[in-house]
Design a protein around this ligand. Structure first.
Ligand code: TXA
Ligand code: MG
Length: 310
């Protein structure tokens, strides 16, 4: 098995495709950074074969235990205090580690055969859109990795929700399929900005190559701009005046919209357009996660934003 030998393998999770390597093997993890051209300052998420591993990698946290019970296997990552056995390469030298357990049957099966955790970031090159199908992984990493397991398109299509746990409180570091509304049933959610290193929170991230802007529906309805080739990433309805239109969900279903988001961005990005405009999603629930991804994709060309596009 390639993973056992210390190699990297791209595999589907229920959120996006991941690039996995044995978590407790620093050399194997180094191959992830190499293939993705990811800076070593950007820590990795560890994926567990079973719940028991949580206690072996992290210091005890009652809240982490409750969240794991409620949402694992599933698209929630908890950031908790790490134990010594977790390699520094994974945590970027921090005292915390990000951990989740994937619900994808193929991913779960591989981990249960392997019998140990893997580190797995999204299987894209650094700063680019996360892959939601095996073909996207080929586009990103062809020639750089030995194996891609094809499990079809990903269910959620956006990355897991990440929460930082401190005692009995949590902070949402990255919005995702598990919503603030769901989390608030388990803990008090702190609003304050943490200074913890989580590059997923950089203003610019998940970026297409084509410049992108996000606008409310009202602006898009009366769209007029002299740029000739503009593509629209529409929420539910087709609007006039655009060269290419991608609709996220004809029924306005946020779950479907999230699952189609990155594929639609990729198609628009390869359509030879001068500008992509995205329609703002409705507020609340999954809308928060989608809105976050859109504004990060748009921030890429904003000179005021960070130059790093993680
Ligand atoms: O859905 C997902 O989470 C996917 C699938 C493959 O599991 N993975 C994923 O990994 O999105 P990645 O590496 O692309 O994004 C993980 C984010 C990064 O922004 C990283 O900085 C942050 O998690 N992170 C990792 N460890 C952390 C830590 N100890 N503290 C704070 N943030 C951390
Ligand atoms: Mg990523």
């Amino acid at each position: 098995m390639r993973l056992r030998e210390g190699n990297v393998v791209a595999m589907p999770t229920e959120t996006v495709y991941g690039l996995a390597a044995k978590a407790l093997d620093s050399k194997a993890c180094a191959r992830i950074f190499d293939a993705k051209e990811r800076p070593l300052s950007d820590p990795l998420i560890i994926h567990l074969p079973d719940m028991q591993w949580l206690d072996r990698l992290a210091k005890p946290s009652a809240l982490a235990g409750r969240l794991a019970k409620a949402f694992w296997p599933g698209p929630l990552t908890v950031v908790v205090e790490r134990r010594e056995c977790v390699p520094d390469l994974i945590t970027a030298g921090q005292e915390t580690v990000a951990i989740r357990m994937s619900a994808h049957p193929l991913f779960a099966e591989v981990l249960s055969i392997l019998g140990e955790p893997v580190a797995a970031p999204s299987a894209n090159r650094f700063g680019r859109i996360s892959p939601t199908s095996a073909i996207h992984v080929v586009e990103e990493l062809n020639g750089r990795i030995p194996l891609i397991l094809d499990g079809g398109p990903c269910l959620h299509g956006i990355e897991s929700t990440i929460v930082l746990i401190t005692g009995e409180k949590l902070q949402i570091l990255r919005h995702g399929p598990i919503t603030r509304e769901q989390l608030s049933q388990y803990a008090e959610i702190e609003e304050k900005e943490s200074d913890i290193l989580s590059p997923g929170r950089l203003k610019s991230h998940y970026a297409p190559q084509t410049p992108m802007e996000v606008h409310p529906t009202s602006t898009l309805k009366s769209w007029s701009q002299n740029k000739p080739k503009v593509g629209l990433l529409a929420w539910q309805n087709r609007l006039e005046g655009f060269q290419v239109v991608e609709i996220l969900s004809a029924s306005g279903d946020p779950v479907e919209a999230a699952s189609r988001l990155y594929g639609a961005m990729r198609r628009l990005d390869s359509a030879g357009l001068d500008l992509l405009v995205a329609e703002s999603p409705p507020l609340g629930g999954l809308g928060a996660a989608i809105s976050d991804r859109l504004s990060k994709a748009a921030a890429r060309r904003d000179p005021a934003s960070s130059s790093e596009t993680g």
